[in-house]
Ligand binder design. Structure first.
Ligand code: BGP
Length: 461
């Protein structure tokens, strides 16, 4: 085997509750912001199709666990739906949800698959959103209580926990660029939301480490979009550094190093955006950094100096500091409009090695959404060679980073089986396993057979 990975490398894929479970009837789930947004307000997204039934994991999980075993996974990421477990956001626990997650975890363990559990994947309980969501400090307390409940219920079976998936995305989507509920444009709120999320994460880390008899690990999952300047000109370099501060280091530094970059604090202060904090927060953040980091990597960010000075009377956006652009001639996933730059994954891992204490990490998402994959069916199987190539080319760079000493422990693709997506519904399909949304029939794609062979050989040629 030319590209050999360690015997204990984690091979798997990732999912999230809202995207796979389906709401379920009579199961006591409270509403999340997604149920609300798609259920009661028209929104501007793809055909206005909400998460409703999606891939019906709630009912199909036993069959799905067998399929996950059939594609050779030794690990698999789920998220808990906060509003399923605690319908009101705080208070009473929903026993049906406990039974569901408990049985799912048992099922995975019985099939030799280690569950990775993420506590929050974009899905704020509506009951808490109505009281301000992440803008409100009470939500931090509610989240801490939720995390403790989850650890208490499942801490004896689950040993890999994650506090958040891509916490910068709800900041951008909900408070800057209008693609998540509550879809405002308000930089002051955005900074407060980011800050409260980081504090909530540190509180969960602290609670986990203080729990009796746990030998598990707790981490955070960040979407890192490495910033590449157009040139070595000081203005381009500065612009690129700013983008990195806003979109990567805003969570990477507090989560892994325990403090915010000074330059980011300066910018935030300069614009009068400093968040409201509590006196103990600084110590809390410093003392409760994560054990492990999940890296979601989809695309790089190409950055150049601003060509036009922004209007100082307009609302503040990070783009006051840089222009993003698409580099001509680059490989693109045209379905999503994202550049494909495989070396980015290596640059991230080397950066973690050199500047973040070589923290234990894994690739927690990387993948390729493609439209109308039925086109590629031959002998009843989707021939997704493009996905195999995509994963392989990224894995080659992961391999190289590992060879050079990066502490990377695994690779999870987005996603296991085709599912609903936040703003594109079912348009782009990402799975190793296809799902016919009408009939709920599952079929393993060629890439599913391929990843099984890779995990069995611990690598590929
Ligand atoms: C990540 C999210 C996933 C998933 C993925 C694919 O940012 O963590 O939940 O949706 O992106 O992106 P999309 O579904 O928007 O094409």
């Amino acid at each position: 085997v030319k590209y050999q990975f360690p015997q204990d490398f984690w091979w798997g894929s990732a999912t999230s509750a809202t995207q796979i479970e389906g709401t379920g009837e009579d199961d006591g789930k409270g509403r999340s912001i997604w149920d609300h947004w798609y259920g009661t307000e028209p929104n501007r997204f793809y055909q206005n199709i909400g998460p409703g039934v999606t891939s019906d994991f709630l009912n199909k999980y036993k069959e799905d666990v067998r399929l996950i075993r059939d594609i050779g996974h030794n690990t698999f990421r789920i998220s808990f739906s906060w509003s399923r477990l605690i319908p009101g956001g705080t208070g009473e626990v929903n026993q049906k949800a406990v039974d569901f997650y408990d049985d799912l975890i048992d099922e995975l363990l019985n099939h030799g698959i280690e569950p990775f559990v993420n506590l929050y994947h974009f899905d704020m309980p509506m009951a808490l959103q109505e009281k301000g969501g992440w803008e409100a400090r009470e939500t931090v307390d509610a989240y801490e209580a939720y995390a403790k409940t989850a650890f208490k219920l499942f801490g004896d079976k689950v040993s890999k926990w994650f506090t958040f998936n891509e916490p910068i995305v709800p900041v951008e989507g909900g408070y800057l660029y209008d693609f998540h509920y509550p879809n405002k444009v308000d930089a002051k709120a955005a900074v407060q939301v980011a800050y409260n999320t980081a504090v909530a994460s540190a509180k969960a880390v602290k609670a986990f480490h203080e729990m009796d008899g746990t030998d598990g690990k707790i981490g955070i999952i960040l979407n890192l979009t490495p910033s590449y300047p157009r040139s070595r000109n000081p203005a381009d370099l500065k612009a690129s550094e700013a983008a990195d501060l806003f979109f990567n280091r805003s969570f990477l530094d507090p989560s892994v190093l325990g403090s915010y970059p000074e330059k980011l604090k300066e910018i935030v202060k300069l614009h009068g955006l400093a968040p409201t904090a509590e006196p103990d927060d600084e110590t809390l953040l410093r003392e409760n950094t994560v054990d492990i980091l999940g890296v979601n990597y989809y695309q790089p960010r190409r950055v150049k100096a601003k060509e036009h000075v922004p209007n100082p009377d307009g609302p503040f956006l990070p783009e006051w500091y840089f222009d993003a652009y698409v580099m001509p001639g680059r490989k693109m996933n045209e379905y999503r409009g994202w550049e494909i730059y495989e070396k980015g994954i290596y640059d991230i891992l080397i950066n973690l090695k050199e500047n973040y204490g070589n923290i234990e990490s894994f690739i927690s998402e990387n993948g390729m959404g493609v439209q109308n994959e039925e086109r590629f069916i031959e002998n009843g199987e989707i021939q997704d060679d493009y996905r195999i190539d995509f994963v392989k080319e990224h894995l080659k760079w992961v391999h190289r980073a590992h060879q050079e000493g990066a502490n990377v422990r695994g690779y999870h693709m987005w996603t296991t089986m085709d599912n609903w997506s936040w703003s594109n519904a079912y348009k782009n399909r990402y799975g190793f396993i296809s799902v016919d949304i009408e009939t709920q029939k599952r079929t393993i794609k060629k890439s599913g057979r391929w990843i099984k062979a890779v995990s069995e050989a611990h690598g590929f040629d």
